[in-house]
Design a protein around this ligand. Structure first.
Ligand code: CDP
Length: 225
């Protein structure tokens, strides 16, 4: 395969995008970028500094003080916010409850998309998110749009979170996912939607191995003349 291949994986909250993206990156030796982690880290900064989302100037100033970096060991997402490792904290409910409002801000999206596009320049990457196939890399060679039954998605995320956070409830997780899906699909700035040329992957009844196989078959199709 040639250099600079981009695989864009978009879809609803907690439907296994990052599981698939990581597995693909590992298999193909591509770089994996979790774009959601960037919006989450920005949200963590905004929460800590009590940034008023309606105050344009405050938002712009805050963005100037945010420096994000990925450290990809072992294909897990390790992200630093101004040199502090925040990979665990950005997955907790306070960030999950606020991230979609922060990600709806034009100033935030402009800055993140710029950084994401830079990461994809002259490299082979798999990036997952909400607007990767529509806005960040509209020319991506392969676009996958993922979906799954909302109940199944909530159960999967609950299992993940519950291990470290026994107080969390399934209802809380379900509500959060439903609310984020609503906010992400109805916002004005690059809302979550399927790119016309994206392949739909519903993984409600698929194992991680099966979804990987599905995607690898599509990639095989790309390299055939
Ligand atoms: O892992 P999960 O599906 O729960 O979400 P995520 O990928 O970590 O993304 C968290 C939130 O960031 C989403 O609900 C969106 O509001 C926002 N996001 C976005 O707007 N655009 C992206 N490319 C990625 C995430």
């Amino acid at each position: 395969m040639s250099n600079n291949i981009v695989i864009a994986i978009d879809g609803y909250s907690s439907c296994g995008k990052s599981t698939l993206a990581k597995a693909l990156a590992q298999k193909l030796h591509f770089i994996y970028v979790d774009s959601g982690a960037m919006y989450r880290a920005v949200t963590l900064y905004f929460l800590r500094h009590h940034i008023d989302l309606h105050d344009h100037q405050q938002v712009v100033e805050a963005l100037k003080n945010i420096h994000l970096n990925f450290h990809s060991r072992d294909y897990q997402t390790h992200i630093t916010l101004n040199d502090e490792e925040v990979s665990e904290e950005i997955r907790q409910m306070p960030v999950s409850d606020n991230v979609s409002a922060v990600a709806a801000l034009r100033e935030v999206r402009y800055e993140m998309v710029k950084q994401q596009q830079r990461m994809g320049r002259s490299k082979n990457i798999v990036m997952d998110g909400r607007d990767i196939g529509t806005t960040v890399f509209p020319d991506a060679q392969l676009k996958i749009f993922m979906t799954a039954d909302p109940k199944v998605r909530a159960e999967r995320r609950y299992k993940e979170l519950h291990e470290k956070n026994p107080d969390i409830t399934l209802e809380e997780v379900f509500e959060n996912i439903a609310h984020r899906d609503y906010q992400d699909t109805t916002r004005e700035e690059s809302p979550l939607m399927r790119a016309a040329d994206a392949i739909i992957l519903d993984n409600t009844n698929l194992t991680p191995d099966q979804q990987l196989e599905f995607a690898l078959n599509k990639i095989k199709g790309l390299s055939e003349p």
